[in-house]
Design a protein around this ligand. Structure first.
Ligand code: F6P
Length: 374
């Protein structure tokens, strides 16, 4: 009897998604006798029953393509914008699953997707997930696919910024993605030889950053590259956030809770131009011209690196094996060299940030990089 699988990509795209779709579907179809159907644009496509049949022709030639042939969105099954409203549409998604007589649904995504997949698992669907994101912040897995490619892009950008920073004797601040984790900024900063690296895990002291740049100037280095994770915060900002969070959790009534929530939202919004402010402040404090480069979505584009293709294919083929064995409710994690199914309960809501004693942190300090903490 034929078995049927559904597959979707959700959350921000990244290089390696197509390699993973191919990695799941090729063995599932050829070796394990599944038919495969892709849902377009993440959980929204599952809700609206918008599909792409994934046969050999559809899977051919996609290994090296960036983005996702299925499209993606950040929609959540239980908080789906529908017209003017936000509704819980998990029930409708279960109906689509049943309509297509699916045996399992494979969800490719980051931290949010793992939580969303778990919601559907709790509604009775057979779910297998894969960890993707340039942020590398999904818990339990050693690595997510998409990260290696973004790391190379951000490193290449830092390399390029070096020559112009040197020529003009400037400070160049480079903002690197990563959401609330510092993997990408730290990795690219170390690989690209940034002079200062600021990550969310280590709140920084502005004077320490300015001091490090001044010290370089005194030593005859008339430029500095400052790699800043988009989620990095000064000690002052961190204190304001922590206090607002505390007020939220201490709130005795709805009004106080809402007030604290609004305060947090305001602090968050003010962070939008965090690196713009930082660049101005460093220019003033150090007395050197400063410029800002925001790498943005460039980091999510283009052809996946060889390492990402390998990882996505390895995790994808392991997912196909799990489908064959009817091993559901798991995410396929990388542990060492192995692709290992781990219970989704252990992953959902488990964000992986850079541990303060991580080897990359030690490495950065050893080569004299300022991490902003003094
Ligand atoms: O999660 C990947 C990521 O690129 C983050 O690094 C970044 O914070 C976010 O997505 C940007 O999201 P969007 O593409 O929705 O602007």
């Amino acid at each position: 009897m034929t078995r049927n699988l559904g597959i979707l990509t959700s959350g921000g795209d990244c290089p390696g998604l197509n390699a993973a779709i191919r990695g799941v579907c090729k063995p599932a179809i050829a070796e394990f006798g599944f038919t495969a159907v892709g849902f377009r644009d993440g959980f929204r496509g599952l809700m609206q029953d918008r599909i792409l049949r994934l046969d050999n022709a559809a899977l051919s030639g996609i290994l090296t393509e960036g983005g996702t042939i299925l499209g993606t969105s950040r929609d959540k099954p239980n908080k789906m914008p529908v017209g003017e409203q936000t509704l819980d549409m998990t029930g409708v998604m279960v109906e689509t699953y049943e309509k297509h007589q699916l045996d399992a649904l494979v969800c490719l995504g980051g931290g949010g997707t793992q939580k969303n997949a778990r919601l559907l698992m709790d509604k009775g669907l057979n779910v297998v997930t894969l960890p993707k994101t340039i942020d590398n912040d999904v818990g339990v897995t050693d690595m997510t696919f998409g990260f290696d490619t973004a790391l190379a892009i951000a490193t290449d950008a830092i390399d390029k910024l070096h020559s112009t920073a040197t020529s003009h004797h400037r400070i160049i601040v480079v903002e690197i993605m990563g959401h609330r984790a510092g993997w990408l900024a730290l990795g690219a900063g170390v690989a690209g030889g940034a002079d200062v690296i600021l990550i969310p895990e280590i709140p920084y002291d502005l004077e320490a950053v300015a001091g490090a740049i001044r010290a370089r100037s005194k030593a005859g280095k008339r430029f500095s590259i400052v790699a800043v994770a988009e989620g990095a915060m000064s000690k002052k900002e961190m204190k304001a956030f922590d206090e607002a969070k505390q007020r939220k959790s201490d709130a005795k009534n709805k009004a106080d809770k809402q007030k604290a929530k609004d305060e947090l939202a305001m602090l968050d919004a003010a962070r939008g131009d965090h690196t713009v402010h930082l660049t101005h402040l460093l220019e003033e404090m150090v007395g050197m011209e400063a410029r800002l480069t925001i790498l943005g979505h460039l980091q999510r584009g283009g052809t996946p690196s060889a390492a990402d293709r390998l990882l996505a294919t390895q995790l994808g083929t392991k997912a196909a094996e799990c489908l064959d064995k009817e091993q559901y409710g798991v995410m396929i994690a990388l542990k060492g060299q192995e692709a290992v199914p781990v219970p989704l309960e252990e992953v959902a809501g488990n964000r992986k940030v850079v541990p303060l004693d991580h080897a990359w942190v030690h490495t950065a300090r050893r080569v004299g990089t300022c991490l902003g903490d003094g």
